[in-house]
Design a protein around this ligand. Structure first.
Ligand code: CP3
Length: 354
């Protein structure tokens, strides 16, 4: 995305933020930092606020969503907020019977495995998630010049929860459907692409400054299968969210072998986990995309000096890249010391101040 794509109308307050500049591959005052899962269990103020309130209920309360989203921004001084929600919220909103079980993750009452099951996946209307529109509006007012990142789960990752019925190590039911009934699989992913695209558009139209498509579990696939059986649905999501002048970030775990294809799928920024150095990740993603990542979240359990050494090597690998957004290679682990995160933000800012 270039400045020429900037939408007509008054510039938004966040346009000149370091985060959006890095997404556009423009020079930055410092390397911007945010963390996947920065809101959540690593913060005592989050655990207090969530006491007695189920995860999905909290996602439907704009007052709670606003407060939880702001907590890490206040505490750590990160360069962007990420909207507090979950990838399964749009599925819940269209009437899929599911819950988020503490310490487990999303659990679906009736897995989606047949053509008849597919009929339960109706399109998502903005009115189904009016609490999201409301919370994004409240947040952008509070955040001022700090960008808000909206997000959604990518079709493959959502399909994995729906088909397995819950979290899965090997995605065996998902792959059984993908190889066993390619037509049903393609229709499933296509429906999920529509739902995901509407969920992202709701957040963009309510004022989100960027969006991230989480394809967390797509690293389970070989490139040829990704290309033919999954990528078309993700491409559809990026096409449906183009033209807003809002950067789209594309992230997955274990995607070393998929980065070239993820670069082709249409995002403006591609996130990498810690297994591939960022200069090599950028080479695989190809020109014209910014890069996000990629400190191993487990490194935060090491002593401060070791964290800084590892963060330094991420910055060194990204030194010649126009457009680096510092992040972890996956989400903040629940037992992480929040002070280690605060120190890391300060370290990256200080090391990269220009
Ligand atoms: O700070 C943020 O990043 C914003 C909030 C956010 C949540 N989920 C809140 C949440 C985001 C961006 C997500 C995305 C999400 N949800 C992904 C993609 C990111 C990734 O980690 O790869 C996935 C795969 C999910 C599905 C999901 N929801 C899982 C695996 C879990 C963890 C289960 C557990 O308890 O360990 C959830 C629940 C969840 N989503 C929590 C939070 C803060 C924890 C539940 C709680 O606090 O009670």
């Amino acid at each position: 995305m270039s400045s020429a794509d900037r939408p007509q109308g008054p510039p938004t307050q966040t346009y000149d933020s370091a985060f959006l500049k890095a997404c556009r591959r423009e020079p930055v005052p410092h390397t911007p930092v945010w963390f996947m899962r920065q809101a959540g269990r690593s913060l005592p103020e989050y655990r207090r606020l969530r006491e007695g309130i189920a995860m999905l209920d909290s996602c439907m309360r704009p007052d709670l969503v606003t407060e939880i989203t702001l907590q890490p921004v206040r505490r750590h001084g990160v360069d962007a907020a990420i909207f507090f929600s979950d990838i399964v919220v749009p599925l819940k909103a269209i009437g899929i019977d599911l819950d988020i079980k503490p310490g487990v993750g999303p659990v679906v009452a009736q897995p989606v495995r047949t053509r008849a099951d597919l009929e339960r996946l109706r399109p998502l209307e903005p009115a189904d998630v009016s609490y999201v529109t409301e919370a994004v509006g409240m947040l952008t007012a509070e955040l001022g010049g700090t960008p808000l990142i909206g997000f959604a789960g990518a079709p493959f990752t959502l399909a994995s929860y729906l088909v397995e019925g819950g979290p899965s190590r090997n995605h065996e039911h998902t792959k059984a459907l993908m190889y066993g009934d390619p037509e049903l699989w393609a229709d499933l992913l296509d429906r999920l692409a529509e739902i995901t695209a509407s969920f992202l558009r709701v957040q963009i139209e309510a004022g989100a400054s960027a969006v991230q498509l989480f394809d967390s579990w797509v690293g389970a696939l070989a490139p040829a299968d990704y290309r033919s059986r999954v990528m078309p649905a993700s491409v559809k999501v990026f096409e449906a969210t183009a033209g807003y002048g809002v950067p789209r970030i594309h992230f997955g775990v274990g995607t070393g072998e998929l980065l070239e294809l993820m670069g082709e799928a249409g995002a403006d920024v591609v996130g990498a986990d810690w297994r591939v150095p960022l200069d090599e990740a950028a080479r695989r993603v190809g020109p014209g995309r910014a890069i996000q990542g990629n400190l191993d979240p487990a490194v935060l359990f090491a002593p401060r000096e070791a964290v800084e050494t590892q963060a330094r090597s991420v910055l060194d690998a990204a030194r010649d890249l126009p457009g680096h957004v510092f992040n972890l290679g996956h989400g903040v682990l629940p037992q992480t010391d929040p002070d280690a995160l605060t120190r890391l933000v300060a370290y990256v800012h200080e090391q990269t101040a220009r």
